[in-house]
Write a protein that binds this ligand. Structure first.
Ligand code: PLP
Length: 421
């Protein structure tokens, strides 16, 4: 239970409550946005579906055999509805969208992407030192891909209120080496930001290199924490209307809908990009796991089936986010600020500048694992050393309370330590 107070405490008081915390021998984990066991159980029936008897998809495909590299039409239809993408522009693929993002970048590096509208010229990205815009804080695994593949990353701080800095983006896009931009349009990891239709409109309209691509990772498209279930922005439609149909590449998956890492991923794009992807993917694989796709189609049934299923996730997740909010307010008001996300999987805590690394170290030593400080920034460099990412989904409510309360003690001790120096 949260026991703290916002009244100032001395360094020695904070140190002794921290010593008491470490003496408890906790072993708690707030590192990754993983569904809890109760969330996974919501999809337990996936594993019981009798596909040994019924293994034919709606178009007559026997899912046990090779082929069907676009994925099952029924899965494409369900997620086309949810993502606002015509079925012919949406592929249902393998078990993880991150894998698709990685491969798309590798294909672009090796072969280039379709060029300016009206031209089929492609220039491999590896022919020059290209760069990606990285709204920050952002998803550490996005940044890991670009760093690993030798792509320069340009941090792009969000403005107050979570708005994208369109002026800075326009300025960066004048540099033709900028070929990509990471973006989580709804409930961003980890800051919870939500891209508006006006921002999306600007992003597809700004002058940029003809082969500039927005990696529109709609990982949290249906992961609402409130009853305000925002529809997906039709970014492909906006881009087509703006004359830049090839600019957005849309990614999504069922990882946090059914089973994390054992679901179905999606890739949506313009007809030219889809043809391009098919060409390269056809060399890489004979097709995705259609057995798993059929299982998902039978289990989820329809877009409304997914929406109803996600409300069950919300019932499990919302109390956890409320608990985090309550304890942070009790313990850290006046010391730190934090987000109150409307969806997605994370809360970000902004500790006093220069203290996040120390607070995370203290937490680790007390048995509370949080994502390493800095991880949400390109090259793991948080310019303020202030941001701590909290992933409340996995632990039980009791464990979560203990972990957040303990983390608050670490933030306060790190702050007091820094003030002494
Ligand atoms: N994209 C974002 C923004 C995420 O937060 C995550 C997981 O945390 C993923 C992608 C991973 O998706 P997948 O399991 O489909 O690879």
């Amino acid at each position: 239970m949260a026991t703290g107070t916002t009244a100032p405490a001395s360094l020695s008081e904070l140190q002794s409550s921290y010593d008491a915390l470490t003496a408890r021998g906790l072993k708690l984990d707030l590192t990754r946005g993983k569904p809890s066991l109760a969330q996974l159980d919501l999809s337990g029936a996936l594993l019981d579906l009798p596909l040994s008897v019924e293994h034919t998809a709606a178009d007559g495909t026997d899912v046990r055999n090779y082929g069907g590299s676009d994925g099952l039409p029924e899965m494409r239809a369900i997620f086309g509805d949810l993502l606002g993408i015509p079925v012919e522009q949406l592929l249902a693929l393998g078990n993880a969208s991150l894998n698709v993002m990685h491969d798309v970048i590798v294909h672009a590096l090796l072969h280039g992407v379709p060029g300016t509208a009206g031209s089929d010229k492609t220039i491999p990205w590896r022919d020059e030192q290209i760069a990606f815009l990285c709204p920050s804080p952002g998803y550490d695994r996005h940044f890991a891909i670009t760093e690993h593949l030798g792509i320069r990353m340009i941090p792009l701080p969000y403005l107050d209120g979570g708005r994208l800095d369109l002026v800075a983006i326009a300025e960066h896009l004048k540099d033709p080496s900028v070929r990509g931009m990471w973006l989580v349009p709804l409930y961003a990891n980890p800051g919870g930001q939500i891209v508006t239709v006006e921002e999306a409109q600007a992003l597809v309209s700004l002058p940029a290199a003809p082969d500039f691509r927005i990696f529109w990772d709609n990982a949290y498209a249906v992961h609402h924490l409130t009853s305000d279930e925002k529809p997906a922005i039709d970014v492909l439609g906006l881009a087509a209307a703006a004359g830049t149909p090839d600019r957005p590449l849309v990614f999504a998956s069922t990882s946090k809908i059914t089973q994390a890492g054992a679901g179905v991923s999606f890739f949506g794009a313009s007809p030219a990009n889809i043809a391009w992807y098919r060409l390269h993917a056809s060399v890489q694989t004979i097709g995705p796991d259609k057995v798993n796709q059929l299982r998902h189609a039978r289990f989820l049934e329809s877009a409304d089936g997914v929406r109803a299923h996600m409300r069950k996730h919300r019932e499990l997740l919302a109390p956890k986010f409320a608990t985090v909010e309550r304890i942070l307010a009790e313990r850290l008001t006046g010391h730190a600020t934090w987000t109150t996300p409307l969806g997605g999987y994370f809360v970000t805590l902004t500790a006093p500048h220069g203290t996040a690394t120390r607070a995370v170290e203290l937490a680790k030593a007390a048995g509370i694992a949080v994502t390493p400080a800095g991880a949400a920034f390109p090259y793991s460099e948080d310019p303020d050393d202030a941001l701590i990412r909290i992933a409340p989904s996995f632990p039980s409510l009791d464990d979560l309370e203990a972990a957040i309360d303990g983390l608050c003690s670490c933030v306060l001790l790190a702050e007091a330590d820094a003030a002494e120096k």
